[in-house]
Structures are given as structure tokens and as C-alpha cells.
Design a binder for this molecule. Structure first.
Ligand code: GLU
Length: 403
């Protein structure tokens, strides 16, 4: 077991109290820990996860499981000798595998007196606010009934995650793609106000260097802040669980989303014996990312749930005023309108250096915003019947990404 290392934390945290006090927990199981290297479910590990989760449910915790494995199981069932590469085949595999995956979970949990429910989600279920609110109440109802939601992406109809398999996933910005089950688990955790997100994967956590590089690589026990040094660890390909979709980069991005939503995250090795049971008994496994709350439900939705395709670039004065939290984004502050959007869409807000620091719901379309950008708010009068608010984005509809 590598020596442990902690980022300096302002106040010493009681890791055990934090984990034991977590009432609502999201657990993410990736393909890398569910499947054997040669294919097929790693059954003894699978049953150990089920046992761990059932134990938590019975102890009164509200647990949601986010699971991968549908494509892997489907391709094995279909007797494919190599990983499916084309999208229709991947989606066909998911259609074959998802039912089987769910059957395995339902049977296994039933033996432990826990009822499991299948929930399949796509990006739109988060980006469309009505669908999201609906999803939230369904999940709340399931939890009230002490049912365990077993969640996966609806791979047969959703292409975002599967398309990632075509290229190098490390190139893809997690914020603009629904992407992978790491992000899915973070969105679920954020949306349902979870206290703890546990991502079990085939690495032991976040290391100070590539763990294969030798003993100087240390496992980081606690991360308090997403400093540039911590972010850099993802870039330097410290660890990557090959059989799954996301590497450490998507896991770190997931931890960041959860943290900004006030939810702690643990990234830990799922191949460690009885990992779930041991973590909840307080054993110091994996890397714990501390929560830093602050975003309201609506802000979380703006910040994380949407696929954002357009950007408003603002001048330094506007950026400063926005970041103080008291100003709306007026036309005068905007220097460039990039992309196309309609009134009511979520757009990115970037500084003159191009760095996205916020997102917000716009009151005008991109054509209208172009007409008035850089001008006094009176220019909005020219828009006649589409004239509404004085601001392009009203203060209440802005969420900041760097907290
Ligand atoms: N949804 C995919 C599956 O069930 C896995 C995605 C992932 O590993 O992130 O096969």
C-alpha cells in the first residue's frame, strides 16, 4: 500500500464523521471493476458490492447506484470477439446488455431484501429543467419507498457517451459533454443533494505522480481545493483505468462538480476486498475530496446540467462586477458573442482571456445580443417587441464555475 499524503487542509477534518454522517450516497461502479479483464462480470466482486450497498440501505442510508457494464455484457452475450467500434453495434450491445445487467442486480439485491429499480438517463433529462424536476421527484419517491435506484446512461438512444469511445476521451471537456458515467454520477449526486459520492475504480485514488513510476508516487488522502497542481495531476495522465470510459480526468471533474454542489467525493479502488464495507467503517481508503457548497439548486442546474454551445466574452470590468455577485450582465460589458442561442438558453460567460468563469440563462437571442453588445442598455429599445430585461443575463440566473 503506497504511503499516504495529504494536501494541507485549513481545518483538520474528521474523515470518519464525514463518511458516517453522510445520509444520501451515490455509488458509481465502473466497467473496470465490474468486469473481468477477459470479459464477463467479476461475480465475487459484484456480490461483494451488492452486499456492501445492501448493508448501507438497511442501515437507513439513502443510496443510489450508478453502474456501467451494459455494453461489455451485451457484447459478450452476442459472442463478439473484439470491442464493438461502430455506434449502432455499441448501442445494440447496450440494448442486449442493459437488461441482463439489471437482472443481475435485481436478483442479487432481492436476495439481500433490497428492491432495485432501473433508471436510464440521457443528457436531456438534466438539461431540460422540467424533465430534471420530474426526475428529481421520481428519485425522491423511490428513496422514500426504500428502493435502490440503479442508474445508467440510456445508451441505446443517447450517443454522447458512446461517441467518446471513438476518440481520446482525455481531449473532451467534461463540462460540454454528458460524457461518461463519472459525470453522470456527479450530476446525480449534485441534483439529488447527495452528501457523498463514492467512485470505485481500478486505481486506489489520486496520486502525486504516476504510481507505475515508482515509490515516490504517493496516494493523496484528502483534497481540500482544486488547485492548479491538483488539476495538473489529471493532465499528466497519472492514472487511467483502461477498460472504462473516463480516466482520472473525468473522475476529478466529477469530484469537482460534486464538491461545488456541497457533496464530498471519494475515489477509491474497487478491487480492494470489501471496499464499500471498509470505507463506511471508516478505513482510510482512496482520496477524499472535501465539499465546498454554495450553489443553489437552480445554480447547479445552470452550471452543470447543460450542454453549452455559445459564449459571451466580457470585459474585465464586467467580470469583476459579476464576480462580486451584485451585478447583472449588461450589454455594455460584452465584447464578443460566440455561437448561436435563443432566449432562455444557458450560455458560457468568459473573460477576455477566453477562460469560462460562469454560465447563465440569457434574456436575448444571439442575434439580438450581437446587435447590442458593447452598447448602453438603451440600445435594447431598438429590439422593440423582444425587449425584456435591461440585462443580457440577470444576476439570479448566473452560476460561477470557480468557487
Ligand atoms: N454506459 C456504459 C455501459 O453501461 C458505460 C459508460 C462508462 O463506463 O462510463 O456500458
Amino acid at each position: 500500500m503506497p504511503e499516504k499524503h495529504s494536501q494541507p487542509v485549513a481545518d483538520p477534518i474528521d474523515r470518519q464523521a464525514l463518511i458516517k454522517g453522510a445520509k444520501r450516497i451515490v455509488i458509481k461502479l465502473g466497467t473496470a471493476v465490474l468486469m473481468k479483464d477477459e470479459g464477463g462480470i467479476a461475480l465475487s466482486r459484484f456480490y461483494s458490492f451488492v452486499e456492501g450497498i445492501a448493508g448501507l440501505v438497511k442501515s437507513g442510508k439513502e443510496v443510489l447506484l450508478v453502474t456501467s457494464g451494459a455494453i461489455g455484457l451485451g457484447s459478450r452475450t452476442l459472442g463478439l470477439t473484439s470491442k464493438p467500434k461502430l455506434l449502432p453495434l455499441k448501442q445494440a450491445c447496450a440494448a442486449v446488455g442493459q437488461g441482463r445487467l439489471m437482472a443481475l442486480y435485481s436478483d442479487a439485491f432481492e436476495k439481500m431484501d433490497v428492491i432495485a429499480a432501473q433508471v436510464l438517463l440521457t443528457e436531456e433529462d438534466f438539461s431540460n429543467r422540467r424533465r430534471y424536476l420530474n426526475l428529481r421527484s421520481t428519485i425522491a419517491q423511490l428513496l422514500e419507498l426504500h428502493v435502490l435506484p440503479v442508474i445508467n446512461e440510456n445508451d441505446t438512444v443517447s450517443t454522447a457517451e458512446l461517441e467518446m469511445l471513438k476518440g481520446d476521451h482525455k481531449e473532451i471537456d467534461i463540462k460540454v459533454n454528458f460524457g461518461d458515467n463519472d459525470k453522470l454520477s456527479a450530476l446525480v449526486a449534485s441534483k439529488i443533494d447527495a452528501d457523498l459520492l463514492l467512485i470505485l475504480t481500478d486505481v486506489e485514488g489520486l496520486y502525486t505522480a504516476d504510481p507505475r513510476s515508482g515509490p515516490e508516487a504517493k496516494l493523496i488522502s484528502v483534497v481540500d481545493n482544486f488547485t492548479p497542481e491538483i488539476e495538473q495531476l489529471a493532465e499528466s495522465k497519472v492514472v487511467s483505468d483502461k477498460p472504462g470510459r473516463g480516466g482520472i480526468k473525468t473522475k476529478l471533474a466529477a469530484a469537482r462538480i460534486a464538491s461545488q454542489s456541497g457533496c464530498a467525493t471519494i475515489i477509491a479502488g474497487g478491487k480492494t476486498e470489501n471496499a464499500i464495507g471498509r470505507i463506511f467503517k471508516g478505513e482510510d481508503l482512496g482520496t477524499l475530496f472535501l465539499p465546498h457548497g454554495g450553489l443553489s439548486g437552480k445554480q447547479k442546474w445552470i452550471a452543470f446540467a447543460t450542454t453549452v454551445k455559445a459564449t459571451l466574452v466580457v470585459n474585465p470590468g464586467a467580470k469583476e462586477a459579476l464576480k462580486k455577485g451584485k451585478a447583472s450582465l449588461l450589454p455594455a460589458g460584452v465584447t464578443e458573442v460566440k455561437g448561436t442561442f435563443e432566449r432562455g438558453d444557458v450560455v458560457s460567460v468568459a473573460g477576455s482571456d477566453g477562460h469560462e468563469f460562469a454560465r447563465g440563462i440569457v434574456n436575448y437571442s444571439s442575434d439580438e445580443a450581437r446587435l447590442v453588445s458593447g452598447q448602453h442598455s438603451e440600445a435594447l429599445d431598438e429590439l422593440k417587441e423582444s425587449r425584456n430585461y435591461d440585462a443580457l443575463i440577470t444576476r439570479d440566473n448566473i452560476a460561477f464555475l470557480d468557487t
